[in-house]
Design a binder for this molecule. Structure first.
Ligand code: SF4
Length: 181
């Protein structure tokens, strides 16, 4: 009997809080079905360091620094389809509230002038990714195939979207699973 090829899936968190990944795990007992349908490539759930050729990339978080942009471009190059998972990926989310402030002033306040800091200095090691002036949603940098809103999207919504994708359909979230909060 021919066994169906599993979908190869990579996931990552950029300027996210890992809440969307936690919600992914909220599919609970469906995780047993999931491992029959997909196999994970690079993901916070695996130890794979570099994204390989994948059918699907699932990305939580928007873009707040240069490393985020680099990883996003790698995902776009390697994954046939990309999902923006959660409010941060879809529209920048709550972290984009910093777009109302000047980046230099934020860094000054957090690392330099905040009370209680001893000789505070803004970190300048070249190992650290440079922050972007503004937080951006993913679609401003690469093409995104599907958007799943919610902060986070529910486990039910993620499971519905995944089963649609595995079946070769565009994911469709109906009333009750589609929300933005
Ligand atoms: S959408 Fe919400 S849960 Fe998901 S990464 Fe952003 S803040 Fe976290």
């Amino acid at each position: 009997m021919e066994t169906k090829r599993k979908l190869r899936v990579a996931t990552t968190s950029l300027a996210g809080c890992f809440g969307c990944h936690m919600s992914f795990l909220d599919i609970d007992e469906h995780l047993f079905e999931l491992v029959e349908l997909i196999e994970f490539d690079r993901s916070p759930l695996t130890d794979i360091k570099v994204v390989g050729d994948c059918d699907l990339g699932i990305i939580e978080g928007g873009l707040c620094n240069a490393e985020n942009v680099h990883i996003l471009r790698e995902f776009r190059a390697r994954c046939t389809k990309l999902v923006a998972l959660g409010a941060c990926a879809v529209n920048g989310g709550l972290p984009a509230q910093r777009n109302h402030l000047k980046l230099t002033e934020i860094l000054e306040e957090v690392y330099h002038t905040s009370p209680g800091l001893a000789h505070g200095l803004i970190p300048n090691d070249p190992e650290l990714p440079l922050p972007l002036n503004k937080v951006h949603p993913l679609h401003e940098v690469v093409k995104i195939d599907w958007f799943i809103p919610g902060c986070p999207p529910s486990g039910e919504a993620i499971w519905k979207a995944l089963t649609d994708i595995v079946a070769g359909r565009d994911p469709e979230l109906g009333f009750g699973t589609l929300h933005y909060d």
